[in-house]
Write a protein that binds this ligand. Sequence first.
Ligand SMILES: Nc1nc2c(c(=O)[nH]1)N[C@H]1C(S)=C(S)[C@@H](COP(=O)(O)O)O[C@H]1N2
Ligand SMILES: [Mo]
Length: 381
Amino acid sequence: MTVVTRWWPRFRGRLHEPRTATAVGRWLAAGVLVCFVTGLISHLLQTPPGWLAPRLPSRPVSGYRVTQGLHVATGIALVPLLLVKLWAVYPRLFVRPPVRSVRHALERLSVAVLVSAALLEVVLGLVNIVQWYPWPFSFRPVHWALAWVLVGALLLHLAVKAPEITAHWRKDGPGSRELPAADAGDRRSLLLGMGAAVGTVTLLTAGQSAAPLRPLNLLAPRHPDHTEQGLPVNRTAAAAGVTGEAVATDTWRLRVDGPRAYELSLAELGALPSHRERLPIACVEGWSASARWDGVRIRDLLDLAGAPADAFVRVVSLQTRGAFSVMEMGPGYARDPLTLLALRVNDETLSANHGFPARIIAPNRPGVWQTKWVTRIEVLP
Ligand SMILES: Nc1nc2c(c(=O)[nH]1)N[C@H]1C(S)=C(S)[C@@H](COP(=O)(O)O)O[C@H]1N2
Ligand SMILES: [Mo]
């Protein structure tokens, strides 16, 4: 008897088949869909194209908190889903012969694109939520472009696999006759294990944006309760190059440029009608936290400057280092009675790291546009 030894691996069934791939794949597809749609929303709220900018809604107040919280939670849930899916299909990497036809080669190429885009996209997102930027490129354009590659490759994959997906969609579908009945129990265990893994990572991280889950927030990079004045600090005054002199109480001025430009000292600003609102900061990096803010309505400041009702405004920070020193907002936000130039948070004067003496807080907006250390508001023509 001759024993043929081969150097390449061999795989014999046991869950590496289309029914398992389909059962896992639909959860994965649902996760990718939620992540893609919420990512699209985030992108449009952060950098809207010209036609959309004047139409962005300032309600619901916590809209961005919910969509971005979902985006990051589903992104994290994709990790176990992807691992199980890759485990179910990895023997296909070693099929012999590796290429049977041009069609087969193209199909394998599209799967290679799909898998690489999915892994890269998830890893980029995870690295971003821990605020680690080890790459020379900037995160957003790459994450955005890869999302389209991923969704395109996924649609192509679904089209190519449509016959197998329909045959195996139900556990007793037409494809089930070829599968060993003995595997059904193992498959159920695998899917239950996957569900448990998704549930666990979600419960241990979602508290970074969903307040009721706070006590379980053991794994998320940010704990929104652990910092100054009840809010995390993303960029400190020191990191932004905002020095004590620039924000000294007696020399700081707010300048409002418009048809009737004017300047206010901190005392004069503080003497204007003050409003108290409860609004969240919802950071694009995945954490959210609500706070009570006291401040002057932006629309009151604009009215004093004689700004037209449909004007866009530009807000300029005293920051000297890093991004986000300038922000623009459309009339939907600027005229909203909830949009404040806040002077106090949670009953305390803003700390230096939270934007002393004045910061923007607006409803349904990404945290990046809640500009700190404000010094000038310009009414745009
Ligand atoms: N001027 C300025 N404002 C800024 C930033 C900044 O870097 N510079 N960071 C923004 C980001 S990304 C977020 S999430 C919030 C965080 O606010 P906090 O540090 O007060 O919690 O502030 C925003 N305002
Ligand atoms: Mo942020």
